[in-house]
Design a protein around this ligand. Structure first.
Ligand SMILES: Cc1cc2nc3c(=O)[nH]c(=O)nc-3n(C[C@H](O)[C@H](O)[C@H](O)COP(=O)(O)OP(=O)(O)OC[C@H]3O[C@@H](n4cnc5c(N)ncnc54)[C@H](O)[C@@H]3O)c2cc1C
Length: 467
């Protein structure tokens, strides 16, 4: 007979470790399966984690040793390159060190290992095994239920399985819950260079924050090509570790269609002055790849559970569709899934209705509210580029006029025709505004009901259609 657990968690990334820890703390017998030689082994180094949620789930995170030598960004600098010349249109946001302190630079190969240690400390059992399939009860019938997993190291059974195995999850596909195509996948490529720490410090002009972390005050830019085939690239220098990490992202579908290799795309960025200066004299150490759901045009899975199975994090396509930060979404969903499984055990209720609660919970949360995949179309079809270009034109025009003593009313009149051509592009942005209105209405509904202003709640009001 296959070994039996209360909960099987597949994947020791942020989602899986958070789920395993939450459930083990509630005394469930948890098996955490990871295909890598160790958790984090398959991860692609640098990343940004949100301090609050991570510290909440993994107390001690902010004091952990792996933060040594990391850098803090003082702001975000997001620019479009047009025609590969020196002219850049973009937006720089520097909300200040107090705000950026909650955005922590980490190496995921270090943090994932530490997260998994915390889950093990809470009582979860960690095993190295590649999950290749699901075990079913009544497979192919209406009462089908997942009863465990098949791995290279044997089968394991549990009344609940959490799939946190990341993007393009084999399990989610086997369960019939997800079938992502190339349109969902971004390819991330990272080049790592060794550069002398003191030299880097001078190049980045860093300063030491009051908590001992070095701050790069917005010296590195996120650059996007005007050609949507090249989505973006950014470089992060870490004087404390003496390395520069350069990341390139490109949509798989667009690369296939344009018949380009991501290394070719990388060459463009490496020749940009800010990047060239950062790595000058450095030694290339290694590169690695990762798939991610960034620039998400497909959205989340339509259904995130089956009896016996819950999808967490990237496995369900839950990478943040607007800003692409998927790790904190995975952490948050992982904890929620782990706690729900503990609740099922306490009630001894593994009914479909209990599994369905997971979906109900995330849909009614910030994760559900943020599911606006259309916004990434706006970013990738060139519309955002056009908006930035217009902003640049307007500002350049206004300054040029001012230096020649043109009056402000005349400047405004001159700006109007520059704004008109970008209006069609802006017509795509209302997806987010529409969602904001929906969320606002939902939030206001209890008060409106109380005041009798919600359809059907006013005295003698006609009932809304369908009731
Ligand atoms: C280059 C890059 C940069 C990114 N930067 C950020 C960032 O700065 N901030 C942010 O929040 N997000 C970032 N993301 C997205 C973020 O990495 C993901 O959203 C997040 O890792 C999802 O977590 P997860 O736990 O769902 O899955 P993963 O982190 O992908 O973890 C899945 C785990 O499951 C294991 N696994 C997979 N298949 C199996 C199997 N069959 N059997 C056993 N184990 C298996 C994998 O080895 C892995 O350890 C970035 C992604 C990339 C690629």
């Amino acid at each position: 007979m296959a070994p039996r657990y209360d909960l099987i968690v597949v994947g020791a990334g942020p989602g899986g470790t958070a789920a395993a820890k939450a459930a083990a703390e509630r005394k469930l017998k948890v098996l955490l399966l990871e295909r890598g030689r160790r958790p984090g082994d398959k991860q692609m180094s640098g990343s940004y984690l949100f301090r609050t949620i991570t510290e909440e789930i993994f107390p001690g995170f902010e004091q952990a040793d792996f933060h040594k030598g990391q850098i803090r960004l003082g702001g975000v600098d997001f620019r479009w390159m047009l025609d590969n010349d020196e002219k850049r249109h973009g937006i720089s946001v520097a909300p200040g060190a107090d705000v950026m302190r909650n955005w922590m630079t980490v190496y995921r190969n270090e943090t994932d290992e530490w997260f998994a240690e915390q889950a093990v400390r809470a009582g979860a059992e960690l095993k190295t095994a590649l999950v290749t399939d699901l075990l079913w009860e009544n497979e192919g019938t209406e009462s089908a239920r997942v009863r465990g997993v098949v791995t290279a190291a044997g089968d394991f059974e549990a009344p609940a399985t959490i799939d946190a195995s990341g993007l393009n999850s084999l399990i989610a596909e086997r369960a019939g819950l997800a079938k992502w195509g190339v349109d969902k996948v971004m390819l991330g490529l990272k080049y790592i260079y060794r550069v002398d720490g003191e030299v880097l410090r001078q190049r980045l002009q860093t300063y030491m924050d009051s908590d001992g972390v070095e701050v790069d005050w917005g010296a590195t830019q996120m650059l996007c090509g005007s050609n949507p085939d090249h989505f973006g690239a950014h470089a992060t220098g870490m004087p404390g570790r003496g390395i520069v990490s350069i990341c390139f992202y490109s949509a798989l579908k667009e690369m296939v269609e344009a018949r380009v290799n991501i290394h070719q795309r990388a060459q463009w960025y490496l020749t940009q002055p800010t990047c060239r200066r950062l790595i000058e004299g450095g030694e290339f150490i290694y590169c690695d790849f990762h798939a991610l759901a960034a620039g998400d045009m497909v959205g989340y899975v339509p259904k995130s559970y089956l009896p016996g199975l819950l999808l967490v994090g990237d496995a369900g396509g839950f990478s943040q569709p607007v800003d692409n930060f998927g790790a904190n979404v995975a952490l948050w969903m992982g904890r929620m899934a782990g706690e729900l499984c503990a609740d099922m055990k306490t009630r001894n209720d593994y009914s479909e209705a209990m599994f369905a609660r997971y979906e109900e919970n995330w849909r009614n949360s910030w994760v559900g509210e943020d599911n606006v995949p259309e916004i990434s179309v706006f970013m990738r079809d060139g519309s955002l580029n056009q908006v930035f270009k217009t902003m640049d034109d307007v500002v350049s025009y206004a300054f040029a006029c001012k230096w020649e003593n043109t009056s402000y009313p005349s400047i405004i009149l001159g700006i109007v025709p520059k704004i008109l051509p970008v209006l069609p592009a802006l017509m795509e942005a209302p997806h987010l505004a529409k969602r904001a209105a929906e969320v606002g209405l939902k939030k206001a509904s209890p008060l409106m009901q109380l005041l009798g202003m919600w359809p059907g709640t006013a005295p003698n009001a006609p009932k809304p259609k369908g009731e």
